[in-house]
Design a protein around this ligand. Structure first.
Ligand SMILES: Cc1cc2nc3c(=O)[nH]c(=O)nc-3n(C[C@H](O)[C@H](O)[C@H](O)COP(=O)(O)OP(=O)(O)OC[C@H]3O[C@@H](n4cnc5c(N)ncnc54)[C@H](O)[C@@H]3O)c2cc1C
Length: 441
């Protein structure tokens, strides 16, 4: 049935990329942290993630877009079923999948997290937007927050009982963050008081979690102008008091903005009025800390594109199967005139191309995710599984890449170039594998 409430997780293609193309299980065997993980277990994880996405998220996709979010007196109500689906997600332990075991994570590879996020985005993009920042916030705090802040906040983010946001954009500062005006005033107790307005903040307010961890870019009083004067702060929605009770921080949601196609996840306009926050990383070096989060967010945006390509393919395929039209080349006896029993070969080829065009980017995305996670979390660097995987090309393609030494392979531009080549080659491989066999009824 061609509607966006049905999603078939592409588990076979995912396993192909992970096992045949990247040879990830062999890499896991060489990694102390993942030595116990094998291909079967990885498949089971992907299968369970696919069941969750197809069973809980996809059915809410269309209804949530029709219903949208509502805002009243600073409170946001998300579409019916969204909060319950999130609680099921947390219950199943999905937020902790690729987090450090030291803070309660499951310590599984980023590749599996990428598979999970691709399927979430494919089955329900609006729902995915609330989680888009969660892993980035985890990585940013993990890399740059003080030990006290880590102990206070990381376990909650890993468990998923709190969600996070990234508060960069302001009405006058979008692409050019050097123009941002939000101020942070040092307080006597070592914390800071933040005042300013942010817009387009995904998940800035929601009815899923009791607390929200906002990572906010702001300026200290002695900040130099431009991007060199930006610092990063952690500003929770609710503050814990010495007696263990909770009070609201001065963080206000002034409305829900409208974004076409993701009405279930309209970003929020946020106002900070002397809100209490804590510095992350060094003063005036906020962008360096924030970039960890932004890279993670960018990877997630890439995975969203991949998820959408997959969903578009599934919808197109279903539509081609449903709508019987045009004349068949060979018309079996009994078939109505002018109505082909099978789509034309050209249409089958288009559908196959559409499907396989998703698989190449999937290879690229998985490679990039592995490499980027190595880069974002330096402790993972020695393994570099995806860098090794990208070296595993057929001999014929190597001469043009012979200038890439192993050390150069770890640099970001080379990584991107290699990922592009991997995309093209994997698309071709999978296209050849699938094209002849794809049969529409
Ligand atoms: C779905 C969605 C979710 C978002 N979620 C968040 C979030 O969670 N947190 C957050 O902080 N922000 C969020 N944003 C905001 C996002 O970060 C900004 O949209 C982005 O930084 C661009 O800023 P802008 O929209 O003001 O565009 P502008 O900066 O006004 O740019 C508009 C256009 O002009 C171009 N342009 C800008 N400067 C130049 C230049 N110097 N030369 C040539 N061309 C230029 C840009 O490329 C763009 O095409 C979200 C946006 C969207 C669409």
């Amino acid at each position: 049935m061609s509607d966006a409430s049905h999603y078939a997780p592409p588990l076979t293609d995912m396993a192909f990329v992970m096992e045949q193309w990247l040879d990830a299980p062999a890499d896991w065997q060489r990694m102390t942290a993942h030595a116990a993980l094998d291909a079967d277990t990885a498949r089971m994880v992907c299968e369970a993630a696919g069941d969750f996405c197809a069973g809980q998220l996809a059915p809410l996709n269309a209804s949530a877009d029709l219903q949208g979010c509502t805002w009243r007196d600073g409170q946001v109500r998300t579409p019916d079923g969204f909060a319950a689906a999130y609680h099921a997600y947390v219950q199943a332990g999905w937020p902790a999948l690729a987090c450090d075991v030291g803070v309660g994570g499951q310590g599984l590879p980023g590749l599996l997290d990428a598979a999970l996020n691709e399927m979430i985005a494919a089955s329900n993009h609006a729902w995915a937007m609330y989680l888009g920042i969660l892993h980035g916030a985890y990585a940013c705090l993990h890399a740059h927050a003080s030990e006290t802040l880590k102990a206070q906040y990381l376990p909650h983010l890993v468990r998923g009982d709190w969600l996070a946001t990234m508060c960069l954009t302001e009405p006058q500062a979008g692409s050019d963050l050097g123009l941002l005006r939000t101020q942070a005033r040092p307080d006597a107790d070592g914390s800071y008081r933040l005042s300013g307005n942010k817009i387009f903040i995904s998940g800035g307010e929601q009815d899923w979690t009791e607390n929200i961890v906002h990572l906010v870019l702001a300026r200290l009083p002695d900040a130099p102008p431009g991007t060199r004067g930006i610092s990063l702060f952690l500003v929770p929605k609710r503050l814990q008091q010495a007696d263990g009770g909770w009070v609201a921080n001065a963080v206000h949601c002034d409305g829900v903005e409208k974004k076409m196609g993701i009405k279930g996840s309209a970003p929020r306009a946020m106002r900070f009025e002397e809100a209490q926050g804590w510095l992350i990383g060094q003063p005036h070096r906020g962008l360096a800390a924030m970039v960890v989060m932004m890279h993670s967010a960018r990877l997630h945006v890439g995975l969203q594109g991949l998820g959408h390509a997959q969903m578009a393919y599934q919808l197109a395929l279903d539509y081609a199967r449903e709508r019987r039209q045009m004349r068949a080349i060979v018309c079996p006896a009994g078939a109505g005139q002018g109505m082909g029993p099978t789509p034309l070969p050209a249409m089958r080829r288009y559908a196959a191309s559409c499907g396989t065009c998703g698989c190449g980017p999937r290879a690229c995305a998985r490679s990039a995710t592995g490499a980027a996670m190595c880069w974002i979390l330096p402790r993972a660097r020695p393994t570099r599984p995806s860098v090794r995987a990208l070296r595993r090309w057929p001999r014929c393609s190597r001469p043009s890449l012979s200038h890439c030494s192993p050390s150069a392979a770890s640099s970001w531009p080379v990584m991107r170039f290699r990922s592009l080549v991997a995309t093209a080659m994997c698309t071709n491989t999978v296209s050849n594998r699938h094209c002849g066999t794809l049969a529409l009824p």
